[in-house]
Design a binder for this molecule. Structure first.
Ligand SMILES: NC(=O)c1ccc[n+]([C@@H]2O[C@H](COP(=O)([O-])OP(=O)(O)OC[C@H]3O[C@@H](n4cnc5c(N)ncnc54)[C@H](O)[C@@H]3O)[C@@H](O)[C@H]2O)c1
Length: 315
């Protein structure tokens, strides 16, 4: 398998929201990027978005202006999956989130790419053990799950399947660290990996609070971003509660405040599906919360503030 230090050519399969942002990320690090999407409209839009994102990185002072034209030249689209795969050292797949689609494209990549190419899925929560069953060379297949937008958010969750070579996973950790990301490696796979399981638990409760009319969409969101969200940019729940326990630390927190949480847990939502009625309430609530701001405006504001935050937290 190719050593991560030698990776120069990246293939991007699927150029929607995540594929285009991954393309920006790899190109911004000086790697050559070939993009392919089954839908020509999405392909053209994805390439354009990746180039626009590179310009935005100049604006954020994360890429030098003198470099950007060359970086943009490294991003190009190709007409079919075979052209994307032919000389790729590493392929990042970002197509549809279901086993049928992922298995189909992994089977294709497995035959089209060199046996040395690393095959990586962006899957938000599927298991690589299932996807890699579709390949003849499963040891080079793993999940690298980003957070949207991957060209800005540092986290990447690396998840091996049962047949993945763990040496490749460790090398991928070094690869992403060298590129400035913050990778975590899961010891075993689980649907939703780490971050989306945490997000799923939180989201269900955020929905339930609105549907049970405890608070509005706007106030539930505010209760996150203006409170716990500020600390979450710095440290995770375990360390936060260790500090919350004062001198007694995490043990004290669990014995004392932890008991009160037991009462909340007993009351909390356990449903597994969002009803149509809940969906209607949520969509109306979020539209109200958006006010007159456009989607693009809010997304741009988010990206600018993420960059400001990253500069403060990670220098
Ligand atoms: N959107 C997010 O916040 C997010 C975050 C992390 C990971 N992901 C994961 O990334 C993947 C892509 O998500 P997205 O939000 O970018 O979806 P998206 O719908 O924006 O893009 C998917 C793209 O894949 C293309 N596609 C579908 N089948 C294809 C095929 N056989 N060959 C080539 N292209 C094909 C589609 O035309 C589309 O352009 C999913 O697995 C998702 O779980 C999404």
């Amino acid at each position: 398998m190719i050593e991560s230090k030698k990776i120069k050519n990246i293939g991007i399969l699927g150029t929607g929201t995540i594929g285009a942002s991954w393309a920006t990320f790899f190109a911004s690090k000086g790697l050559k990027v070939k993009m392919y999407d089954i839908d020509k409209v999405f392909l053209d839009r994805g390439v354009q978005k990746a180039k626009e994102n590179l310009d935005a990185l100049v604006g954020y002072e994360l890429v030098e202006e003198s470099m950007v034209d060359n970086l943009k030249k490294n991003v190009r689209s190709v007409e079919n999956i075979a052209q994307m795969a032919e000389d790729a050292d590493y392929i990042q797949e970002s197509t549809e989130e279901n086993y049928e689609a992922k298995k189909k494209v992994f089977a294709e990549l497995d035959t089209l790419a060199s046996p040395k190419t690393i095959l990586v899925s962006s899957s938000s929560g599927l298991l690589m053990s299932e996807i890699q069953k579709a390949t003849k060379n499963p040891k080079r297949c793993l999940i690298a799950h980003p957070f949207n937008p991957p060209h800005l958010i540092p986290l990447v969750e690396l998840v091996p399947g049962k047949q993945t070579d763990l040496q490749i996973v460790n090398d991928m950790k070094l690869f992403f660290e060298r590129l400035g990301k913050i990778p975590v490696v899961l010891k075993k796979e689980t649907p939703g990996h780490i971050a989306n399981r945490l997000a799923a638990a939180l989201w269900r409760e955020a929905i339930d609070l609105v549907v049970k009319e405890v608070a509005s969409v706007e106030d539930v969101d505010k209760a996150l971003y203006a409170g716990p969200g500020i600390r979450w940019a710095l440290m995770g729940q375990h360390l936060i509660y260790h500090l919350g326990g004062g001198e007694g630390g995490y043990g004290y927190f669990i014995d004392h405040i932890g008991k009160a949480f037991g009462t909340y847990w007993k009351e909390m939502a356990t449903w597994h599906e969002i009803s149509d009625e809940s969906k209607k309430i949520l969509v109306e609530g979020v539209e109200k919360s958006m006010g007159n701001r456009s989607f693009g405006e809010v997304a741009r504001w988010r990206d600018e503030k993420i960059v400001d935050l990253l500069k403060v937290v990670y220098d």
